[in-house]
Design a binder for this molecule. Structure first.
Ligand code: IDP
Ligand code: MG
Length: 152
């Protein structure tokens, strides 16, 4: 099923100049970038985005991490892409993430794990609407969709 996921390169990824490298993995997989913007997240938006973790002991550190520099916020589209991107991202703790995943290849600690990706259709819809207006999401066809998909 064609889906959209909210994906965000966190400040450590941007500051380490790994944005292009990570973006390139999604492009090479055949996924479509339909929205992207660089921004410094306000504490208010950070708290809304991570509301499910509000009671966790790491919440304060998480908010200061995610607001500590620019992020690259994106909407990515593709077949079953929510679970597919979560697999590409790897386990929350990079030291437990498989090699070949983004966190497993580039990161070391949970508190600096480089990337966020939606974990369900409900959170994808919620997160996309927190960061993007409908008018900021582009609709277009990639010329190789008929090569990548059996039924484009
Ligand atoms: P996810 O990003 O893999 O979905 P979540 O459990 O939803 O992981 O946690 C959200 C983010 O909060 C993580 O990506 C990480 O940045 C941070 N985080 C989660 N658990 C811890 C922790 O135990 N210590 C520090 N930061 C954490
Ligand atoms: Mg999560």
């Amino acid at each position: 099923m064609r889906e959209q996921s909210f994906v965000m390169l966190k400040p450590d990824a941007v500051k380490r100049r790994l944005a292009g490298e990570v973006l390139s993995r999604f492009e090479k997989r055949g996924l479509k970038i339909v929205a992207a913007k660089m921004m410094v997240i306000s504490p208010e938006l950070a708290k809304k985005h991570y509301a499910e973790h509000a009671e966790k002991p790491f919440f304060k550190d998480l908010v200061s991490y995610i607001t500590s520099g620019p992020v690259l916020a994106m909407v990515i589209e593709g077949g079953d892409c929510i679970s597919l991107i979560r697999k590409m991202v790897g386990a929350t703790n990079p030291s437990e993430a498989d090699m070949g995943t983004i966190r497993g290849d580039y990161a070391i600690e949970t508190g600096r794990n480089m990337i966020h990706a939606s974990d369900s259709t409900e959170s994808a819809a919620r997160e996309i609407s927190l960061f993007f207006k409908d008018s900021e999401i582009c609709q277009y066809t990639l010329p190789d969709e008929e090569i990548i998909y059996e039924e484009p």
